[in-house]
Ligand binder design. Structure first.
Ligand SMILES: Cc1cc2nc3c(=O)[nH]c(=O)nc-3n(C[C@H](O)[C@H](O)[C@H](O)COP(=O)(O)O)c2cc1C
Length: 344
């Protein structure tokens, strides 16, 4: 087992990643209610032509009505994605009226339809534009809210990674999250954590490591290789909602909750998530969302695997209602109180 590096802070910033189509307000509420994050970030808000109406921000970030905090009180930064400095600045100004707990810029999205329209990771080949966007948005923000940017290591290769990070810093970003892969590497392991360290040495602002942290051991390896204690957790946090607290416990030398111990606490949250999906989404879209979470949870939780194998055959929400009610009643009596109305 890796020991924590003594020269790095024992209480790092640990952040919950933005994940479009997965980490929506319901999932943010679930995950930030189960464990302790310093802050989280919305799915990206696409800035194309106009200044977006306030409802566009509120749709992706309803927490803005709650002081830009999740129900558990975790600050939420709103992420903007776009390539036109003026429009990005105008939208940041609009967003500021809703008092976000921070604004983050997306320079990491690899999706072809986003990159085709000059959004996300494709801009990493254009440091001058990175600077222009960051500077325009930073000027609009004028220090009124924390300001960060999230980048990958490049488009096809890593040769301009440091230059890109320096452009973001020169433009005024106060912190950079580095997803340690290029655009072309998509989500394929490994993440190149050593590059996080190279970037951190080349800028003065804080640099947060991101990519392929699924376990406490991954975090400790990332920390040792990158030399950064701060980390952002993405899929690993959805797969194991207690991971962030396990990391904190390991660093503090405290006992860590095992998955077996955590599962009874997790089930009522899973049921609440399902109920919220049922209440807020078209029924056709709800089974996919639940299966997506269970598919990640089953990496660590044997009961999630069992539930996934049953649920994956079900196509309609009503069948899943019945299945979940039965699952809770038969397999987890101690979780029943929080989940009796899973069938709605
Ligand atoms: C389904 C999905 C959606 C994502 N959406 C966003 C996004 O909206 N904005 C962003 O900056 N990164 C997004 N990412 C990237 C993640 O924030 C993170 O950088 C990446 O998943 C690597 O971290 P991980 O290995 O811990 O998951 C997304 C990733 C996934 C898998």
């Amino acid at each position: 087992m890796n020991a924590p590096c003594p020269s790095l802070p024992a209480t790092p910033r640990l952040l919950l990643a933005p994940m479009e189509g997965l980490l929506d307000p319901r999932m943010r509420a679930a995950l930030t209610g189960l464990a302790t994050y310093d802050w989280c970030v919305t799915e990206f808000v696409r800035v194309s032509q106009e200044v977006l109406p306030q409802r566009a921000f509120l749709r992706l970030a309803p927490e803005l009505r709650n002081g830009s905090r999740t129900a558990a009180g975790v600050p939420l930064r709103v992420q903007l994605l776009g390539s036109d400095p003026g429009r990005m600045a105008a939208n940041a100004t609009q967003l500021l009226k809703l008092a976000p707990a921070g604004i983050d810029l997306n320079f990491g999205c690899p999706a072809p339809q986003v990159n085709r329209h000059r959004g996300g990771a494709v801009l990493l080949d254009e440091p001058d534009l990175l600077y222009a966007i960051t500077h325009a948005v930073g000027t609009a923000i004028g220090g009124r809210t924390p300001y960060s940017a999230k980048m990958r290591l490049g488009v096809q290769d890593k040769s301009r990674a440091v230059e890109a990070a320096q452009a973001l810093e020169a433009g005024g970003a106060e912190l950079i999250v580095v997803h340690a892969r290029t655009r072309d590497e998509r989500y394929l392991p490994p993440a190149h954590w050593e590059w996080v360290g190279r970037i951190a040495e080349a800028v003065k602002i804080p640099v947060v490591a991101n990519g392929e942290i699924w376990t406490v051991e991954d975090y400790l390896r990332c920390r040792a290789i990158s030399g950064r204690a701060d980390a952002m957790l993405g899929r690993g946090a959805v797969a194991d909602p207690l991971l962030v607290d396990r990391i904190r416990a390991r660093l503090a030398g405290l006992p860590e909750e095992t998955c077996a111990e955590a599962w009874p606490r997790l089930v009522p949250v899973l049921m609440t998530y399902w109920q919220q999906l049922r209440a807020e989404l078209d029924a056709r879209h709800t089974p996919g969302r639940l299966k997506q979470w269970l598919n990640l949870l089953r990496r660590h939780y044997p009961d999630a695997e069992r539930l996934f194998m049953i649920v994956r055959e079900l196509r309609d929400a009503a069948s899943i209602d019945a299945c979940l009610t039965q699952f809770v009643a038969t397999s987890l009596p101690q979780a029943r109180s929080g989940a009796t109305s899973a069938a709605g």
